[in-house]
Ligand binder design. Structure first.
Ligand code: AHR
Length: 635
């Protein structure tokens, strides 16, 4: 039998044990979670007309017939361009936005249109907006009267009469003359918590149902940038939307087989929105900042040590933005954005996946400055790629010497590696720095390959590995799968936890593994031993157990990675009586290649069953290739 010793607490389970890591990769933010439907709403992409077409005009910037040019809006350094439409005849000039691989709209739902306009003269008094389908049929329309010469904001509502995944926004103009336009935006009214500038409801719901303990953001490699100039700078992502930066995404052209020349960051989902999302999810916010090193897989550009101050100031100011009083300079900005309450940020990450003496030197300076001002802040450092080898060992050694708080480890490995490394953290010193397993995912083929699948073998192997993370909760304080999200038509990296298109979304089997562990973590880890040993793959079984002191339950997780049914008895020691009814939740499939998909979203998903206890024992019949979570209650 597996003996669960319910009186012998090995470790406290951190509330942050299972979290999520959001990075804007695979069109996860613009074109994904961030519900804006208009691509390049502000004409700030490198090619200002990217995403826009003018079927009835033979001009772009020349402006010879009906047509438009982009021009500079004065005083807007980061948001310099706008669209100058000049209609010269009645040939029916129109401006069409293609959306992010189309716009997903739903029948009968309301969509909020807004734009800024400054007509020149009286020539154009009305602008017509239409959502058009693939067949060019009009799904919804609204006419907006414009006037006056100054920039003003206009609004309308569009309600499509049928659903369409590939709609476009068509704009036509009544009259002849000139009108300047900017920030042309279309959002569903039905966003998460019905917020304007909001997030896609279905996607946040999937996240919410994972009950994440933390939200790491905004990356990943996008924190670092290919060059320092293109690193993520949080200060350029807050405040009024029309003043936020627009930046080419670091994943714009990474993999030749999936080039995405139209991949930019609008920063409509910026640091304020990330903090707000963390708050909504009940998750600790964990922002990661540039440490003054561009991505070492690219240029590896370095900020000289004596020029690091602005980077360090960014970190200190961020803490004030999140936690400072409303009369502090950055706390006031948070208040002005509608959140006088602090975000109660406890963690900050310095650098993403950096390595070598250059990283250690920079980390050291950040740590000193942050701790001097905010001694309670928990600092997350990076161990470089990918959990083994020369760079990793150097980083770990040096960070341990510095007695770093939490070290972030990343591993993208084969399913077999995950099964074989369930004991990885059994060998870590519980007195040393804590571990953040910040990015991991089993790779069925190789990182980012189109053949790389979120199949059941990968998910099952991750589950086996996670039993080892949980058993070592004394060392492992935070964990997250990566990447989190991907658009089925716009990805750069596989595998990913959640897939979506313009209207639909689903959790992969890996998602259900994460959710199962996160929603059954309990509060304290207790031993679950067979023949005196933790189960780390003997007989293809893996196990961990915990107490949930809030519900008085004992939770046992057992993963069976073999093709055979396994009879397994579990004995609960130190319990006088168990309630006779218990539950077992099973995630299982006989086919290791099985997957979920947009039209088979819950093909592999957990099922709950009731089981009986006998005195202090349960007898289980573990299905082949299964993840099993047993919850018993002490009476
Ligand atoms: O998760 C995708 C990428 O993998 C992250 O941006 C980076 O940190 C890692 O190399």
């Amino acid at each position: 039998p597996i003996i669960v010793s319910s009186r012998e607490v090995i470790a406290e389970m951190q509330p942050t044990m299972y979290g999520i890591f959001f990075e804007d990769i695979n069109f996860a933010a613009d074109g994904g979670l961030y519900a804006e439907l208009v691509k390049n709403r502000s004409f700030e992409f490198t090619l200002p007309m990217m995403g826009w077409s003018q079927p009835n005009s033979n001009t772009h910037s020349l402006n010879e017939n009906s047509g438009m040019a982009t021009a500079m809006r004065s005083g807007k350094e980061h948001h310099a361009h706008y669209c100058r439409v000049e209609v010269k005849n009645d040939s029916g000039y129109s401006l069409i936005n293609e959306g992010f691989r189309g716009m997903g709209v739903k029948a009968g739902e309301a969509y909020n249109l807004s734009f800024m306009a400054a007509p020149e003269g009286e020539g154009i008094r009305e602008i017509r907006f239409e959502l058009i389908g693939k067949d060019d049929k009009v799904l919804a329309g609204a006419t907006v009267a414009v006037g006056g010469g100054d920039w003003a904001k206009y609004k309308a509502t569009l309600v499509p009469e049928r659903s369409e995944a590939k709609a476009r926004l068509k704009i036509t103009f009544k009259g002849q003359g000139i009108v300047n336009m900017d920030m042309i935006s279309l959002f569903p009214q039905n966003t998460w918590k019905n917020r304007p500038n909001g997030l896609r409801n279905d996607l946040v719901t999937l996240l919410d149902e994972m009950a994440p303990g933390f939200l790491r953001f905004p990356g990943g490699c996008i924190v670092e940038g290919r060059t320092l100039d293109r690193r993520y700078q949080w200060k350029k992502t807050i405040g009024p939307l029309e003043d936020r930066d627009v930046l080419i995404n670091r994943w714009n052209t990474e993999f030749d087989h999936r080039p995405a020349p139209d991949y930019y960051q609008s920063f409509g989902l910026g640091f304020f929105e990330y903090f707000q999302l963390a708050e909504d999810l009940g998750a600790e916010p964990l922002p990661i900042l540039s440490c003054g090193m561009a991505c070492q897989f690219n240029t590896g550009e370095l900020v000289p040590m004596d020029e690091l101050d602005p980077y360090i100031q960014d970190a200190l100011d961020l803490i004030e933005f999140a936690n400072g009083p409303v009369d502090s300079p950055w706390g006031k900005i948070r208040k002005d954005m509608g959140h006088p309450k602090t975000f109660d940020m406890k963690y900050i990450g310095i650098g993403n996946e950096q390595w070598g003496p250059e990283y250690i030197a920079r980390y050291n300076v950040f740590e000193k400055a942050i701790k001097a001002k905010y001694p309670d802040m928990i600092i997350v450092s990076g161990s470089g790629p990918f959990a083994e080898g020369e760079h990793f060992e150097y980083g770990m050694r040096e960070l341990r010497k510095l007695n770093a708080g939490i070290i972030d480890e990343h591993y993208y490995k084969s399913p077999q590696w995950f099964r074989e490394n369930a004991d990885r953290y059994d060998h870590y010193d519980p007195e040393g720095p804590k571990v953040f397993a910040g990015e991991y995912a089993a790779q069925s083929v190789a990182i980012a390959s189109p053949e790389n699948r979120n199949n059941w073998e990968c998910a099952l192997s991750e589950a086996a590995f996670i039993t080892g993370l949980e058993r070592n909760a004394a060392v492992v304080h935070l964990t997250s799968y990566a990447p989190l999200m991907a658009h089925t038509e716009g990805w750069q990296w596989t595998p990913d936890l959640i897939w979506f298109d313009n209207l639909r979304s689903y959790g992969t089997p890996n998602y259900y593994v994460q959710k199962l562990f996160a929603t059954n973590k309990g509060t304290h880890v207790v031993p679950a031993l067979r023949a005196g040993k933790a189960l780390t793959g003997q007989d293809d079984l893996y196990a961990t157990a915990s107490l949930d002191r809030s519900t008085n339950e004992i939770i046992v997780k057992i993963v069976n990675t073999s093709a055979a049914v396994k009879a397994q008895e579990v004995v609960f020691e130190g319990v006088s009586r168990l309630q006779s009814r218990a539950t077992i939740t099973v995630l299982q499939n006989d086919d290791l290649k099985a997957e979920n998909a947009l039209d088979r979203a819950t093909n592999i998903s957990p099922e709950d069953k009731e089981i009986r206890t006998h005195k202090n024992t349960v007898k289980l019949s573990l299905l082949p290739y299964s993840v099993n979570v047993v919850r018993v209650k002490r009476s």
